[in-house]
Design a protein around this ligand. Structure first.
Ligand SMILES: CC(C)(COP(=O)(O)OP(=O)(O)OC[C@H]1O[C@@H](n2cnc3c(N)ncnc32)[C@H](O)[C@@H]1OP(=O)(O)O)[C@@H](O)C(=O)NCCC(=O)NCCS
Length: 168
C-alpha cells in the first residue's frame, strides 16, 4: 500500500494529536491502567508540550493515505548520545497495521536519521508491546537496555531501549 510522509509545520501538530487520540488508548489498553493512559496522553500530547518540543528541534512527520492522517513518526537528537537520533514516537491507526506500513515508517525514520548524519537510531518501547517490538526487530533494531523510568504520579515507563546502527 502506498502512503505518503509529510513533515509538519508547528501550526499542524493537532493532526498528530488527532491520530494519537485514537491509537494511543487502544495500544495501551491491555498494558496500562486508564488513569496512566490519560496521564501520559496529557504529558506527551498537550498542545503546549508539542509546541515546546517543536521549538527544541523535534520533528513531527505525518503519514497520510490519500491526504487522510493515518499515523505519525516523531524524532530528534538523542539526549544521552550525541551521535544518535531518537525515534520518540511511531504510531499507526489500527486498521492500517499489519500491512507493511509500519516498516515503511521505520525505514523513513532511518532515512531521516542517516540524512542528518547520525550513526544510530534509538527508541524506547514498552516491554509488553509485542507488536511494536516485532516491527522494530524486523527492521534491524536490537535491545540494548532495560529501563524503568519514573514519570511522576507514581507511574513508570517499563521500557526496552532499542537501537539500530546506521550504515554510512
Ligand atoms: C509499531 C507499528 C507502527 C508497526 O506497524 P505494523 O504494521 O504492525 O508493522 P509492519 O509494517 O512491520 O507490518 C508487518 C506485518 O504486516 C504484514 N504485511 C502484510 N502485507 C505486507 C507488505 N506488503 N509488506 C510488509 N509486511 C506486510 C507482515 O506479514 C507482518 O505481519 P506479522 O506482524 O503478523 O508478521 C504499529 O504496530 C503500531 O502503530 N502499533 C501501535 C502503536 C505502537 O505500539 N507504537 C510503538 C510505540 S513505541
Amino acid at each position: 500500500m502506498e502512503v505518503s510522509f509529510r513533515i509538519l509545520q508547528k501550526d499542524e501538530l493537532h493532526l498528530v494529536r488527532q491520530v494519537a487520540d485514537v491509537v494511543w488508548p487502544i495500544t495501551f489498553r491491555e498494558i496500562l491502567s486508564p488513569e496512566q493512559i490519560a496521564y501520559m496522553m496529557k504529558m506527551m500530547y498537550a498542545p503546549e508540550v508539542m509546541d515546546k518540543e517543536f521549538d527544541e528541534g523535534i520533528r513531527f512527520c505525518l503519514v497520510e493515505d490519500d491526504a487522510n492522517p493515518i499515523g505519525y513518526i516523531v524524532w530528534g537528537q538523542c539526549d544521552e548520545v550525541a551521535t544518535a537520533a531518537k525515534l520518540h514516537k511511531c504510531y499507526l491507526l489500527p486498521e492500517y497495521q499489519g500491512k507493511g506500513i509500519g516498516t515503511q515508517m521505520l525505514q523513513q525514520a532511518i532515512a531521516y536519521a542517516k540524512e542528518a548524519g547520525y550513526k544510530s537510531l534509538r527508541l524506547n518501547v514498552n516491554r509488553h508491546n509485542a507488536k511494536a517490538i516485532k516491527a522494530y526487530n524486523r527492521n534491524g533494531f536490537q535491545t540494548i537496555q532495560t529501563v524503568d523510568n519514573p514519570i511522576g504520579n507514581g507511574y513508570f515507563m517499563n521500557d526496552f531501549v532499542m537501537e539500530k546502527i546506521l550504515d554510512s
